[in-house]
Design a protein around this ligand. Sequence first.
Ligand code: A2G
Length: 378
Amino acid sequence: MDKVRTAFIGVGYRGKQLFRLLQNIPFFQVQAVADPGVKSSEISGIPCYNQGEDACLDMLKEHHPELVFIASPWQYHVQHALLCVEYGCHVALEIKGGLYIDEYTPLMELAEQHGCRVYPLENTLFMRENLSILNIVESGLLGEIVYMRGGYRHDLRHLLLDDAGNIGNREKTESVWRSKFYQEENGDLYPTHGLAPLCMIAGINRKDRIRSLTSFASKPAGMLQRIKDLGGNTDVEIRTGDVVITQLETENGILLSLTHDTTLPRPRSLDFEIQGTKGIWQGDRRLIYIEGSSPDETWEADRTYIDCYEHSYWQQWGRKALEVDSHHQGMDYIMLKALEADLREEYPYPATLDDLALWTSVTPWSKISISERRTVRL
Ligand code: A2G
């Protein structure tokens, strides 16, 4: 495969970021986009399908793409992916939390029947440090993995509320549909940024399985405080706890801790920590400790280790990644190059639809665990 005929369903905030990055990779030949909310003037030089319910269907019929990027609102992901697979397209599917248990099963079945691949676009898998840590863990430097932590800790109040403190009202942003989840659900709404790299690093869903999870939620106070400060109407219901913590256990006895924390003031963090029988790495602080080689009980900067164990993705494409993708520190670009490498049959993409189904299942299971105050078996 030399080039791939590519199309987009959904070109909002995220779709446009990916669309722009693809301009740097000649392999992806973007033929058309479909999105009822987009104006042709926003996307230059290619057909833009924005009329009516069947816009994306018309696009598929008229352009016969081989690959479709799906970056529509969360509630449409599976429906759009099913449609693309019906038309024989591979799918690059944006991530989100699971909307219900077994949500991806029909897609897995249909993709298998049609011989289509579905690539989860989880960019944190491609963070330079995470990929070096994958190599470090595989080399045995941290010993046997025992405990891992990750999370999505990102203050989204500015996105969920407008400047007057109205919820879901920030025009032309994901605020319009994303905020509804905060009003209706109490659980980890967005587990994949934290969980996906942990699963990749420890081989979960390959050589180990998640057995059970237990989630806990704090009260939801952050959004209401912010609404009050902005002079908005505080007579709204917010259900998602400000901090939701999920503890997961694997069959091989690894404990994972996952945090969802998006409605309190804080600097952004993915909160990674990987701990094994020979050492520990802390992503936020960029520190590492290896027994026997680090000074006794003293943290070291991780830089030398991260450089020395650099993943082949970053060795090949890292320089360009940092040049063209400052917004996500190169990881989006590396992800797209990894997708290209898989489609060219050169190097397998490190995650599958089966992995996405596992990561996202944390959302519905965490809701059950919180509301029934119990551990759930996966
Ligand atoms: O904020 C960041 O870019 C998130 N990505 C992304 O998932 C989304 O939530 C966005 C807000 O729209 C990372 O944190 C890697």
